[in-house]
Design a protein around this ligand. Structure first.
Ligand code: PGA
Length: 247
């Protein structure tokens, strides 16, 4: 099964570490899987230039919820497009938490990405507290319903849905088969209710993120319902990231 592997570098790199990373990663583009790197905005041109002849794709870690205008500090979807970006992370739990991004803002970001032909990597997930309280279903359903409330004009385009339980991000704790089954069921049902089964099967790729490493990814790769992985910490080391892909 051809899978997608997304490296979310977060705010962890320097120009020097990016340059050294790029010298080690180019060959990964020859892989049959789809590889996407998500550097910080400032490194996008550098990564783009270095990967020109490679099949590795470029994602941004965020996008503005508006098309153009007086929005200090924001970066629009069309600006990202100019830099060779093909994908964009939207709704990551760190942005929901630290920057108070809500589902409505996320819906506008997804709409902007779609308008500019950027594929959203739409992140959802419940917190530990919400999981303990048995709220996974209501949280994920709401995140999908509101987050995708502006999608109806763009059903001809692909979207990546990243299930990232907040309790698994950066904690070393990986999703259990039980939790993944449950999340998969909720995600599929939500998409079918909102759109259609055909849409879900043809346009949506569900990936998992949260403490993915080379020594725990093999069992997750046995799952037919996972089209790939969103990797944070372990993607910062190009050798480890390559191991995850090959595992
Ligand atoms: P992690 O992060 O792999 O370090 O848990 C994943 C993410 O935040 O996308």
């Amino acid at each position: 099964m051809k899978r997608v592997y997304i490296a979310n570098w977060k705010m962890q790199m320097t120009e020097a570490t990016v340059k050294s990373y790029l010298t080690k990663i180019k060959k990964l583009g020859d892989n049959r899987d789809e590889i996407i790197l998500a550097p910080s905005f400032t490194y996008l041109p550098l990564v783009k230039k270095s990967l020109m002849k490679s099949k590795i794709k470029l994602a941004a870690q965020d996008v503005a919820a508006w098309e153009k205008g007086a929005f200090t500090g924001e970066v629009s979807a069309s600006m990202l497009k100019e830099q060779g970006v093909t994908h964009v992370l939207i709704g990551h739990s760190e942005r929901r938490f630290y920057l108070h991004e809500d589902d409505t803002l996320i819906a506008s970001k997804i709409e902007q990405a779609m308008k500019s032909n950027l594929t959203p990597i739409f992140c959802i997930g419940e917190s530990l507290e919400e999981k303990r309280q048995g709220k996974r279903d209501s949280i994920l359903s709401r995140q999908i319903r509101v987050g995708l409330s502006r999608l109806s004009d763009y059903l001809d385009k692909k979207i990546i849905l990243a299930y990232e339980p907040v309790w698994a991000i950066g904690t070393g704790e990986i999703v259990t088969p039980f939790d993944m089954d449950d999340a998969s069921r909720i995600i599929k049902r939500s998409f079918i209710n909102l759109f259609s089964e055909d849409y879900f099967h043809q346009q949506v790729k569900v990936v998992y993120g949260g403490s993915v490493k080379s020594d725990n990814v093999a069992t997750l790769k046995e799952r037919e319902d996972l089209a790939g992985f969103l990797v944070g910490g372990a993607s910062l080391d190009p050798v480890e990231f390559a191991k995850i892909i090959k595992a």
